[in-house]
Structure formats: structure tokens, C-alpha cells
Design a protein around this ligand. Structure first.
Ligand code: NDP
Length: 390
């Protein structure tokens, strides 16, 4: 039986992952499940899947988790060190679906034990891509992409030679604000930004989709994961969210990956890889769909895309700064402290502050260096928000 762990099991990706595991009960032994504040859900998941251990990221949530697991035989643990220890438990497959930079350390720990890492946590690649891939190589571990666009690129590249790739195009739905004017975007509310037209996801990635910071992260992820030059990576707005990515080859062929907007496809592909198994996702009826539309993204209304290009040009620790500043900007927007378009301004100013320092373009030597840069960028971003210097 394959031993599997799910980090971030109480989130949107986590719940979809468990849905597939429940359907395949008997094939998998669940080792670790982790969550944050949603202790009741974590405990009920751990009971249902008979996990060995359930871990909450927060020490103060441990008594509630213990109480909810009482009599179940599932171990309870809490805190950052417990998350890392849990990632070190022997497992064949680990889902990395914690949101934010908090997902980095458990992913690295799993790779150090040679485990296959199904990577939804895009922050790991954006902030520490080269280190993460090097860690996997060093320990003979495999990383499988779970972001739908990167799963699509991965599938289109199967059996192909990376040197023959001419371009990679990842699609963007354009989010709820696709056709909004700049003036409207300045006034966009949290409720408006938290509703995605096609995908059901966690709140943070949903808002990142509205600002296109999500797509910006994905451009960087593509660069890091597949080692493709930034000038060969592009994005196109595709409101229907049915084509997830396209890979163009030297002979002019363009391979597109299509599927319903349901994360269980990419999760299931990573779970069953290299096999393909029946998955509970809708099959597309192309005649009923009728037409697919595409349009160029607008870098003025969505500055995140331009910032991603800057980050890729700088290289080194710029991705860690970008991710941290983006997380702080998102916190600020969710808390009502800054406006929707201020998020881009804040990320740009933190990036510019830190670019003027020496060494931003130098590759970080360790995860600790990445986390130090992350902390510095967060402090700068928070300071700018509290002093109103956005
Ligand atoms: P959610 O917000 O729905 O879930 C996040 C998970 O992380 C929850 O289990 C949450 O626990 C836990 N968590 C939150 N904060 C911390 C912390 N500080 N330390 C440890 N655990 C924490 O996110 P999503 O499932 O939407 O996204 C997860 C990751 O996958 C993100 O990196 C996202 O970018 C990526 N992704 C998501 C997609 C999607 O469709 N949702 C698509 C592609 C990528 P709790 O809720 O109990 O507090």
C-alpha cells in the first residue's frame, strides 16, 4: 500500500486530494494530515482516513486538536517543528498544499527523504526554485507539478525534448476583473476580488487571480520548474479556462492541454503518475462549448505580469522578495489597509528597495538565506503599509 501525506489537507487543494484518496480507499495508507486554524475539519479528516498523525501549524490550537482526536488513536502535534518532523515520516507521496511561504520547509524536508513531492505550493518554486530542484536531485526525489497550468505543460512535454520547445503559453482566465477599467480596479472590494468566475479555490489564490499575481507567480514557476528562458514563456487570457497551457515546438506544432476547471485532474495526475486512472472530473463536450476565445493580457491594468518579468530578469533572491511582498500586500488588502491596485505598487516598491541592495541577483545558498530574505521583504512591506508609503 502506498503511504501518502497531505500538507494543507484542510484547504481547497487538500480537500480535493482527500476526495481522491477516499475514493481509492484501500490503496493508500494516510500518514500525515496538516492544517492551520480549521482544527475540527483536520480532526474529522484524520479520523475518516485513519491518519497516523494530524498536525496543526499553530501551537495554541493543539488542545482543541487533541480534544477532537480523543479516543481515535491518531497522534496530535502542533507548530513549525512538528510540521517538519511530520514531513520526515516515511511516505511515498507527499502533497504540498500549505498556502504561502510556510509551505517551503515541509516540502524541503520531504525531498530530503527521497519522497515524491506533488507540488501545489507555488511559493516554493517562486521563492526557492533552484534550491528546491537541487534538493530533489541530491536525494533522488521527484517533484510533480500540481498547479493546473504546469501539470498541463508537464503532460504536453511527456516524450518530448526540452531543447525543441519554442514557447510555452500558460492561460489566464482574466479573473473577475478582466474587463474592468483602471478606475474600477482602484475601487475593487475584497468581496468582489474573492469570487472567481471559473475555479473554486482558497481565498488567497482567488484574489491573486483577480490581480493576476497568480499568473505572475506561474510565469516564474514555469521558468524555474521547466528551465525555460523567460522570453519563451507567455500568457494569454482565455476566459473559458478550458485550455490550461500550450507548448509550441520548433516545427510550429502547438500542443494544448484541455480539461474541465477541476483541480482533481492535476492532483489525480500527480497521484497516479506515470499511470492515468479514471478521475471523477467532467468530460468536455466540445460541440456544446462551441468556441474558445483568447486575448492578450493588459500589463497596465495588471502590473503583476510586468513585475514577474523583472523578477525573472534579476534572478537570485528576487523571487523570494516578490513572493514575500505579495503575501504582505495581500494581507494588507484582506485587512482593508490598502486598496486593490496598491498591491502591485507595494510589491514594486519593495522590489525596488531591495534591488538597490547588493546581491539580490545572486543565487541564495540555502533555504535559511531564502527565509531571511523573505523576512526582510515582509518587514519592509509592513513598514511601508503602516507608514502609508506605498
Ligand atoms: P487554502 O487557503 O484553501 O488552504 C491552505 C492550507 O494551508 C489550509 O490547510 C490551511 O489551514 C493551511 N495553512 C494556512 N496557513 C498556514 C500556515 N501558516 N502554516 C501551515 N499551514 C497553513 O489554499 P489552497 O488550497 O487554495 O492553496 C494551497 C496552495 O496550492 C497555495 O500555494 C496555492 O497557491 C496552490 N494552488 C492552489 C490551487 C487551487 O485550486 N486552490 C491551484 C493551484 C495551486 P487552515 O485552513 O486549517 O487554517
Amino acid at each position: 500500500m502506498r503511504r501518502v501525506s497531505v500538507f494543507g489537507s484542510t484547504g481547497s487543494i487538500g480537500v480535493n486530494t482527500l476526495d481522491l484518496l477516499v475514493r481509492a480507499q484501500g490503496e493508500f495508507q494516510v500518514v500525515v494530515l496538516t492544517g492551520g486554524r480549521n482544527v475540527d475539519l483536520l480532526a474529522s479528516q484524520a479520523r475518516e482516513l485513519r491518519a497516523e498523525v494530524a498536525v496543526t501549524a499553530y501551537d495554541d490550537a493543539l488542545p482543541a486538536l487533541r480534544a477532537a482526536l480523543h479516543g481515535s488513536g491518531v497522534e496530535a502535534a502542533a507548530g513549525t517543528a512538528a510540521l517538519i518532523e511530520a514531513a520526515e515520516r516515511p511516505a511515498d507521496w507527499v502533497m504540498s498544499a500549505i498556502v504561502g511561504a510556510a509551505g517551503l520547509a515541509p516540502g524541503f524536508a520531504a525531498l530530503r527523504h527521497g519522497t515524491t513531492l506533488a507540488l501545489a505550493n507555488k511559493e516554493s518554486l517562486v521563492a526557492a526554485g533552484p534550491l528546491l530542484l537541487a534538493e530533489a536531485r541530491r536525494h533522488g526525489a521527484r517533484i510533480l507539478p500540481v498547479d493546473s497550468e504546469h501539470s498541463a505543460v508537464f503532460q504536453a512535454l511527456t516524450g518530448e525534448r526540452i531543447e525543441e520547445v519554442e514557447r510555452v503559453i500558460i492561460t489566464a482566465s482574466g479573473g473577475p476583473f478582466r474587463d474592468w477599467t483602471l478606475a474600477q480596479l482602484e475601487r475593487a472590494t475584497l468581496a468582489e476580488a474573492s469570487t472567481h468566475p471559473n475555479w473554486a479555490m482558497g481565498q488567497r489564490i482567488t484574489i491573486d487571480s483577480a490581480s493576476m499575481f497568480n499568473k505572475a507567480m506561474e510565469l516564474i514557476e514555469t521558468r524555474e520548474f521547466f528551465g525555460i528562458a523567460p522570453e519563451k514563456i507567455d500568457t494569454v487570457v482565455h476566459p473559458e479556462s478550458l485550455v490550461h497551457a500550450l507548448v509550441g515546438f520548433q516545427d510550429g506544432a502547438l500542443m494544448a492541454h484541455l480539461g474541465a476547471p477541476d483541480m482533481r485532474h492535476a492532483i489525480g495526475y500527480a497521484l497516479n503518475w506515470p499511470a492515468r486512472r479514471d478521475l471523477p472530473v467532467a468530460r468536455l463536450d466540445l460541440a456544446a462549448i462551441g468556441r474558445l476565445t483568447f486575448q492578450a493580457p493588459d500589463p497596465v491594468r495588471f502590473p503583476a505580469l510586468r513585475l514577474a518579468r523583472e523578477v525573472m530578469a534579476i534572478g537570485g533572491s528576487a523571487g523570494a522578495v516578490f513572493n514575500a511582498a505579495k503575501e504582505v500586500a495581500l494581507d494588507g488588502f484582506i485587512a482593508g489597509r490598502i486598496g486593490f491596485m496598491d498591491m502591485g505598487r507595494l510589491v514594486e516598491s519593495v522590489l525596488s528597495d531591495m534591488s538597490s541592495r547588493q546581491g539580490l541577483g545572486t543565487a541564495p545558498a540555502s533555504l535559511d538565506n531564502v527565509l531571511a530574505t523573505d523576512a526582510e521583504a515582509r518587514a519592509l512591506g509592513r513598514e511601508r503599509i503602516s507608514t502609508g508609503r506605498i
